[in-house]
Design a protein. Structure first.
Lengths: 186, 485
């Protein structure tokens, strides 16, 4: 079923919307959840929670890209859950590695102004991404949006894992410089 | 800012770009994961003449094909310059030059990939003809044979040409020509990481009146160098061997030393492929063990390389297949027949190439990604095959029969010409770093007289089939290992 019709089902408060969504995007969201959370049951719950959140969000929302809309919900839910879990145990999924990599780009300090700046920062990140070539942008987002493993990315790009790591490392350096130059998080 | 905040922030990235990143994955159906594949193949069609050809083997040490014997006139085709020849693997992979090359290359591969499914029929027929045997190891280069046959079709007309077009799955010669160009573009790679070098040549008898238009088509579309001289002369034979060795990295010398053009030959076509790439994940020599290989001629000792990893595995009733990626290139697939299945039957099993086409496609039921305890023997297989019988079996009967053969596009008195000699030889070797191989096919035109998620163990300790593919899925090499000697 095409996305427009699925969204229409949400707006009609028709529960078939969830069934169709789960059928079409279950694998997509499941992969994101599993990248962030080590535990299969946790990831599954996240995906189920995603459908509930989508149900509550539509209406009023009318996403133009349903996949990313749902994926973003899953990503947020999974990351929240990871934060809750982490006092108990370290994840073991990709997320610990992804965060350690991202730590290179930021000061690590508490930053009360950050909440205020969030909107502007989001724009900066988009402008950073817009400045990358298509391939590098795709690779960056696969790692830091989808939290895909280096191995998975290497396979998709037909590259060695080492090559992917090196490329990502350079991109993180660029992001750090990009944020610094614009006065963020110095 | 904390790293968690950055991760949160990134979640708000432009949704179109997020979608594109995902679709980037969807477009990429061909994985490439190998670390060291070196393969060479060569095909020859015999006309009668000699040509010199500069080949660039930045990594290896084949002889330079520069100076050809006197008495041989050479017109060399222009091949693309190597990419970043001054860099080593690591420098190249980390450089922007790699990114630039990769982006351009990806477009070429995207054009060639859709053609591959149409070639499966031809590839399967060729494999069935060349790989089935009793006790001997067999190996061939389907892509190389495809290109050689395409050149043969350019020189043929009427039903002789039609039979070749039918085998190659092309509706007409123009489509075939365009397809070869496209495939050539996506399989010619000369970077510090991958060598996949294709070369063609024409060997023409001095004094004959060859059709300039056909020679031009072969030069422009197939980048064929041309050599003119006296077939049967030492100079001509030496030049032929020299050119072939240079374009196959010297990997086929055991066969090229006997390559010669008979004095009765009028012309020949020679096509070569040299390939060398690196496993995406190499094997470690310290993990190797000595094991028994249960060959068709009895048990022998084999050095087994091992790796335990999640891998793409494809299963049918007849076989289980595992694929290993090659950096910046295609993959090598290993097919272990099910107990009770004859390895020969895999050579003509269409599922063998279907597996390649569904590689890395998680929606295909045959593929799974379990943890695999892989044991692969280090091996080198070489074989030379008389191609005449195979051509007959493949339906190219007219070309072989002086009564029916029509090679008028090559020479005005082309009705007298027919294919009198054709042979294919190949070798493939794999080790901890990757794969090395070579192959050639020779077809000569004579005149006159007629001649004719789970865990599985994948242990390749008995006869198996293998296939090496280019990034676009072209079948560069295939073979059956029956014995390790």
């Amino acid at each position: 079923m095409d996305d427009e019709r699925i969204v229409a089902l949400y707006w009609d408060r028709n529960e078939q919307a969830i069934e169709e969504t789960a059928h079409k995007y279950g694998a997509y969201c499941g992969q994101i959840a599993r990248n962030v959370l080590d535990s299969g049951p946790d990831a599954e719950e996240c995906v189920n929670d995603t459908w509930l959140h989508a149900w509550n969000a539509m209406p009023p929302q009318k996403p133009s890209l349903l996949a990313v809309f749902l994926g973003r919900i899953t990503r947020n839910l999974a990351f929240d859950r990871w934060r809750r879990n982490r006092s108990e145990k370290r994840g073991g999924g990709q997320i610990d590695l992804v965060l350690d990599e991202l730590a290179e780009c930021v000061s690590g300090a508490d930053d009360p102004a950050h909440a205020v700046q969030a909107q502007e920062l989001a724009k900066e990140i988009d402008s950073f991404l817009a400045g990358l070539s298509e391939d590098k942008r795709a690779m960056f987002l696969q790692r830091y949006w989808y939290a895909d493993s280096i191995r998975t990315i290497a396979r998709r790009f037909a590259m060695s894992e080492n090559n992917v790591s090196v490329t990502l490392s350079r991109l993180r350096g660029k992001l750090k410089t990009h944020l610094h130059e614009r006065g963020y998080d110095s | 800012m904390k790293k968690e905040d950055l991760f949160d922030l990134l979640g708000g990235a432009d949704e179109k770009e997020v979608m594109n990143a995902r679709e980037y994955r969807a477009q990429k159906t061909r994985p490439a994961w190998v670390k060291w594949a070196a393969l060479a193949a060569c095909v020859a069609l015999a006309f009668g003449a000699v040509v010199g050809y500069p080949l660039l083997f930045s990594g290896g040490s084949p002889e330079v094909a520069g100076n050809y014997p006197p008495g041989v006139t050479v017109v060399s085709a222009q091949t693309p310059d190597p990419v970043s020849a001054e860099m080593d693997n690591q420098q190249f992979i980390e450089s922007d030059a790699h990114w630039n090359w990769w982006q351009a290359y990806r477009e070429k591969v995207a054009e060639s990939t859709p053609l591959q499914e149409g070639l499966n029929g031809c590839y399967t027929s060729v494999m069935a003809q060349l790989l089935e045997a009793e006790d001997e190891n067999t190996v061939a280069s389907p892509l190389n044979i495809y290109i050689a046959f395409a050149m043969l079709a350019e020189t043929a007309d009427g039903n002789t040409r039609q039979q070749i077009l039918d085998l190659l799955g092309s509706p007409d010669i123009e489509t075939l020509r365009q397809n070869v160009r496209t495939i050539w573009q996506s399989n010619y790679v000369d970077t510090p990481m991958v060598k996949s070098l294709l070369a063609n040549s024409l060997w023409l008898r001095e004094g004959d009146n060859f059709n300039e238009k056909t020679l031009q088509i072969l030069a422009e579309n197939y980048l064929a160098s041309s050599f003119r001289g006296q077939p049967g002369s030492d100079e001509m034979n030496k030049a032929l061997q020299q050119w072939t060795d240079a374009n196959t990295g010297g990997l086929l010398k055991e066969y090229t030393k006997d390559l010669k053009l008979d004095p009765s030959m009028v012309a020949a076509i020679m096509s070569t492929l040299y390939y060398k790439a690196i496993w995406s994940n190499e094997f470690y020599a310290e993990d190797n063990t000595q094991e028994i290989f249960h060959g068709t001629k009895g048990d022998t000792d084999a050095t087994m390389m091992h790796r335990s990893d999640t891998m793409f595995v494809y299963r049918t009733d007849a076989f289980t297949a595992v694929s290993l990626g090659l950096i910046d290139s295609g993959s090598m697939f290993f097919y272990l027949p099910s107990e009770g299945t004859d390895v020969n039957s895999l050579a003509s099993d269409p599922d063998v190439l279907n597996a390649i086409w569904h590689d890395n496609d998680p929606t295909d039921e045959g593929w799974a990604v379990p943890l695999v305890n892989l044991s692969v023997p280090k091996f080198k297989v070489s074989a030379k095959t008389d191609l005449l019988d195979a051509m007959k079996a493949l339906g190219l009967t007219d070309a072989l029969d002086p009564g029916t053969a029509d090679f008028t596009p090559l020479r005005e008195e082309g009705e007298n010409l027919f294919i009198s000699t054709a042979e294919h030889a190949a070798t493939v070797e794999i080790d901890e770093n990757g794969v090395t191989g070579a192959a050639y096919t020779m077809m000569a035109y004579g005149e006159g007289a007629l001649l004719v998620e789970e865990e599985i163990d994948f242990v390749l300790d008995r006869p198996f089939l293998f296939v090496v593919t280019g990034m676009d899925g072209s079948v560069l090499f295939s073979g059956i290992v029956r014995n390790i000697e």
